[in-house]
Design a protein. Structure first.
Length: 65
């Protein structure tokens, strides 16, 4: 994952504090979908992602690629 603002790369295994929120009116076969917010370790810009239970992965929404 790479921050859009400063270009910092997040290595696999980096511990990051996140804030979790349940997405209302969104689920996959009864499994709730969560939105996760975190801050970049260098520039402190906010990055958001959603869980993707269908593909067992995460989907980046804002702030990173």
């Amino acid at each position: 994952m790479k921050c859009d603002t400063c270009g910092n790369y997040f290595k696999v295994g980096t511990k990051i504090n996140m804030r979790k929120e349940t997405c209302r009116d969104e689920d996959y076969l009864g499994i709730p979908i969560y939105r996760l917010y975190m801050k970049c370790l260098i520039c402190y810009s906010e990055i958001s992602m959603k869980t993707d239970p269908k593909n067992h992965d995460y989907t980046l929404e804002h702030g990173a690629v």
